[in-house]
Write a protein of this length. Sequence first.
Length: 181
Amino acid sequence: MSQTVILRPTWQGTVNNIQYGTTHCANWDSAWEQVCEEVCDDGSYFSVGPQGGVAQYGEKSFILSDPALRGAISNVTVLARCKGAASYNCYGRTLVYVGGATYYGDLVYLNADSSFHDLTASYDLNPSTGLAWTWNDIRALEAGSRLGCTNIVDTLCSWVYGIVTFRPAARACSQIIGLPW
């Protein structure tokens, strides 16, 4: 029977890119603290906004908690909860950083309304190797989001985490062999 484990951000990751430097970014340096909560708080977030009316993007990854588990991994899903503003060109997408490269989920335009949207991307195989996930891959995995906007509003991210679906390793049974009685 499959089980899942949720991996939450524990620190800033490798991916930390902002177009036009660090201008107009809220909570950028403490982003992992804004998105690591167990129960989502849309009042804490990191964001990226336009620089002088010019489009801007930012992307950030986070080191995830170490699950210290064993078993066959069947899937890894990443969730990022993002918000844009109605009538503006705001977008978000999930990202994973593994094997020295960044891989993105689908681009989602967030301008249908002004509410938060849960963006997800699911990976049956490690995108870096094309092979089944290993627990070493999971320990090296970073998750995050890429945010962008083209007008006068910020794009926000309030929650990021990973979900690993796996079949636990069978427990080893003690067996006594060769007793003299």
